[in-house]
Design a binder for this molecule. Structure first.
Ligand code: CMP
Length: 135
């Protein structure tokens, strides 16, 4: 995948509270184009696999439970400098530290239920996009 793509998920809390449109709207207003989009519910096994990098962290079991608790929306987004610009748009992982105008400032409820995921590197954007939309 070129460096102009990133991967995102709208997480169960935000889907449950009817914020799919509001969040996708902020992404589009931020200059991102949706190139892949799917609403689905992860099994605990798939959620655990997606977040395997965190499996030694104390929050891992709760994270897997939360991410498989209801539907999510997975998407691939396109924009110049996508990974870095998208992380700016979503804001800090902990919404208490998220800047004004960011998606997490507006929609996140806690450090776990933080409304959206965004890839942290071009390499992970490719891996995460393939996890959902793979060849
Ligand atoms: P995300 O950016 O998807 O990457 C890992 C996720 O773990 C994070 O968002 C949160 O949903 C969740 N999480 C829960 N607790 C923590 C924590 N203390 N630090 C980082 N991430 C956490």
């Amino acid at each position: 995948m070129a460096t102009n793509r990133t991967f995102t998920m709208i997480k169960p809390d935000a889907v449950q509270e009817n914020h799919i449109g509001g969040i996708l709207g902020m992404m589009e207003a931020g200059g991102f184009r949706v190139v892949e989009l799917q609403k689905l519910t992860l099994t605990a096994e798939r959620a655990g696999e997606f977040y395997a990098v965190h499996k030694e962290r104390p929050f891992y079991q709760d994270l897997v439970k939360y991410m498989s608790s209801g539907p999510i929306v997975a998407a691939v987004l396109e924009k110049d400098n996508a990974v870095a610009d998208f992380r700016t748009l979503i804001g800090a992982t902990n919404p208490a530290q998220a800047a004004e105008g960011t998606i997490r400032k507006k929609y996140a409820k806690s450090i776990e239920a933080n409304a959206v995921h965004g890839s942290d590197s071009d390499e992970n954007a490719q891996i995460e996009a393939d996890f959902f939309f793979g060849k």
